[in-house]
Design a protein. Sequence first.
Length: 114
Amino acid sequence: MAKTKKGSSVKKVAVSRVPIQPLHDRVVIKPLSPEEMGTTSAFGIIIPDTSKEKPEQGTVVAVGPGKYEEGMRIPVSVSIGDRVMFSKYGYDEVKINGVEYYVVSESNILAILN
C-alpha cells in the first residue's frame, strides 16, 4: 500500500487496460448500452423514457489516484469494474480508437450500482 504524507495507507488502484489514465479524482467510464441498461424490449425495440431525464450509467474502466487536500492524497471511492450512476451533465465525452468514454469527476458520481 502507498503511504500519504502523514503515514496513513491508501489502497492501490488496479491498472486499467484503457489507453487513457485520468488525473486526480477523475474516473473514466464506458457508458452502458440500452440493452445493458434494460431499456430495450425482448424484440430489440428501444423504449424511450420521455417523461423525465434519468441519470447516466456506466462501468468504471480507469481511476485516477485521488486528489490532494491539505498535503494528503484522498483516494477515489470507486474501483475498476464498478457499475455506477452519474450526473446527466457532469461528464466530458472522449472518443479513443472509435470507442466512446466519459471522464467524470468523483463528485459527479451519484452511486455504485449492485
